[in-house]
Design a binder for this molecule. Structure first.
Ligand code: PLP
Length: 374
């Protein structure tokens, strides 16, 4: 019997147990602690700039706190990439704000800067107010066209929150994803490029904003001898035990990025010249995706689900692309700007097994099966 091949599995490096044992030995089995501090410090070093990192219990929490710090509140509009996981958009609703979805460009599959520009202009015309923030995503690890997105955002004076949950280790024009815009969110969920079993981080522009985010993440307790609250707070901090796992994962992060890129190379070599198949790749040398997931576009719109089911019978897990937000019942009322690019990408797209734990032979098995089916 052949073994299961999953889309993206957690992949321990070996040193995590030592850090976790250290957390036990020093009795730091609490939210926060020295391992969270070290994890944050190492993320800051990895991102290689003067941003400040706040480790949190989830990437979704990071997006939520980012929006709070950008002043998003009741009735505000927030622009959000349409083709994404719902966690990019849900926190807009947590704030009582209104998401306005924007279509993608085909090459990066991320927010189309021209559609963004028209969306902002139209929202100002319709509501008389600027959208409060822009959530742009680096989908499947591929950086968005940050130069053009940030230039549109700057022209209107609207801050950007980068959802880099899938893009730790990616770079755009040699600048790490997770450092663009005012704030950025990272995720360490079990299927991401590194994991703390569950966790995330908010990348903040400076120490003052990090302190403010920390305040909201720890129940918004004012500086008084008694519990005194002027704001609604959250319990969003990372446990020190999870922080310890994160320290171990930082030891292997560069290797994990290298491996995902190598897996993408195998897919390119095996499937890149097949008729009817387009493997997504870096659109130019400006882009250096971590290839968290390698995705393909299939000419035949029936092919993605047909291949998904056939491969599932061979115990190979693939996944359709994120179903765009304008196609989600829960966001049916939200304004949408653009054409049918995100919907077309969704209908023709398939995510292939890309976990760094997979062997070359396993990836080749996936390729053989796909070739047979086409
Ligand atoms: C995983 C993910 C998130 C949410 O991260 P969690 O840690 O699971 O809360 C947000 N946005 C995108 C694009 C993601 O892939």
């Amino acid at each position: 019997m052949e073994e299961r091949i999953l889309l993206s599995m957690n992949h321990m490096g070996g040193t995590e147990r030592r850090y976790v044992a250290d957390a036990f030995d020093t009795d730091w089995i609490v939210p926060l602690g020295p391992h969270v501090d070290e994890f944050e410090h190492r993320l800051e070093q990895f991102l290689g700039c003067d941003k400040r990192v706040l480790a949190l219990c989830a990437g979704t929490a990071a997006i939520h706190l980012g929006l709070i710090l950008l002043g998003v509140g009741e009735g505000d509009e927030v622009i959000c990439q349409a083709l994404t996981f719902s966690a990019s958009a849900n926190p807009i609703k947590y704030q009582g704000a209104v998401p306005v979805f924007v279509d993608s460009e085909p090459s990066t599959m991320n927010m189309d800067p021209d559609a963004l520009d028209s969306a902002i202009a139209d929202r100002i015309r319709v509501t008389g107010r600027k959208p409060k923030a822009i959530v742009v995503v680096d989908l499947y690890g591929m950086p968005a066209d940050m130069t053009r997105i940030l230039s549109v955002a700057d022209r209107y004076g609207i801050p950007v929150l980068e959802d880099a949950a899938e893009a730790l280790g990616s770079t755009y024009k040699d600048q790490p994803c997770g450092t663009f815009g005012s704030y950025a969110a990272l995720s360490f969920n079990g299927n991401k490029i590194i994991t703390t079993s569950g966790g995330g981080a908010l990348v903040c522009p400076d120490d003052v904003s990090r302190k403010r985010a920390l305040f909201y993440a720890t129940q918004a307790r004012e500086d008084k001898p008694y519990y005194y609250h002027e704001h609604i707070g959250y319990n969003y901090r990372l446990s020190n035990v999870c922080g310890a796992i994160g320290c171990g994962q930082m030891d292997v992060l560069p290797e994990r990025v290298k491996r995902r890129r190598y897996i993408h190379d195998i897919y390119m070599a095996e499937l890149g010249s097949m008729p009817g198949v387009t493997v997504q790749t870096n659109p130019s040398t400006d882009y250096n995706s971590n290839f968290w997931l390698t995705t393909v576009q299939l000419d035949d719109a029936d092919a993605p689900d047909r291949i998904r089911l056939a491969l599932a019978a061979e115990k190979i897990e693939t996944r359709l692309l994120w179903r765009p937000m304008q196609m989600q019942p829960v966001f049916a009322d939200a304004p949408y700007y653009g054409g049918d690019v995100s919907e077309t990408l969704f209908r023709h797209g398939l995510c292939l097994p890309s976990g760094s734990i997979l062997t070359d032979e396993q990836i080749l098995r996936v390729c053989r099966s796909i070739k047979n089916l086409l």
